[in-house]
Write a protein that binds this ligand. Structure first.
Ligand code: 5GP
Length: 178
């Protein structure tokens, strides 16, 4: 990892290496496997930020399961807008199914609080949440994270799927704003 990078008008310093991320994602996958091995769960990937997490999680998961993708947005620049848009929703019928939501980061908790409430109308059997990053001190809307990755301080980060105004998602490591 170099010492500093610039994404658009902001500078970022190294935060969590790709190697450390993969180690943690594998641990999360093994915990999920223990709980769901014989249940054929549905992974619900929250786009766009969780696309890297989903790819690596899938590579560590070796039991039958299904995948669907939803697109939610609540962020503009480096701040939450306070409202959640469902840009596109489930494509499969999840009634009576065990769901595992894969999210990149929980900040205020608004997005997941909103979506988990909304999911109730689809009558799943169960819903659990896996999030790579959690800004615990920023949480305003309580959400329970069943499979946490890293608890981090309340500073803006990019990389490994997370963007700054659409830029930086490709970066393999995580970077923290300076
Ligand atoms: P919440 O609804 O919990 O406040 O925010 C969740 C969403 O905000 C995440 O899915 C992500 O899109 C965005 N977000 C929150 N914090 C960060 C951050 O530090 N960096 C980036 N790139 N996105 C963030």
């Amino acid at each position: 990892m170099s010492q500093e990078i610039t994404v658009r008008d902001l500078s970022f310093k190294p935060f969590i290496s790709h190697e450390a991320i993969l180690t943690r994602v594998k641990e999360m996958a093994l915990n999920i496997e223990k709980d769901y091995k014989d249940r054929n769960p549905v992974f619900l990937v929250v786009l766009t930020g969780a696309f890297r997490l989903a790819g690596d999680m899938a590579s560590f998961i070796d039991f039958p399961c299904e995948w669907d993708f939803i697109k939610l947005s609540s962020y503009k620049d480096t701040r939450s807008t306070g409202a959640v848009d469902i840009e596109f929703d489930l494509t499969m019928d999840v009634k009576g199914r065990d769901l595992i939501i894969l999210e990149d980061i929980i900040d205020t908790g608004l997005t997941m609080h909103f979506y988990m409430e909304y999911l109730k109308k689809h009558a799943p059997l169960s819903v659990r949440l896996a999030s790579l990053l959690i800004k615990k001190e920023a949480m305003v809307y309580p959400v329970h994270i069943d499979y946490p990755g890293f608890f981090i301080e309340n500073k803006f980060v990019v990389g490994y799927g997370l963007d700054y105004n659409h830029s930086g998602r490709n970066l393999n490591d995580l970077w923290q704003v300076i």
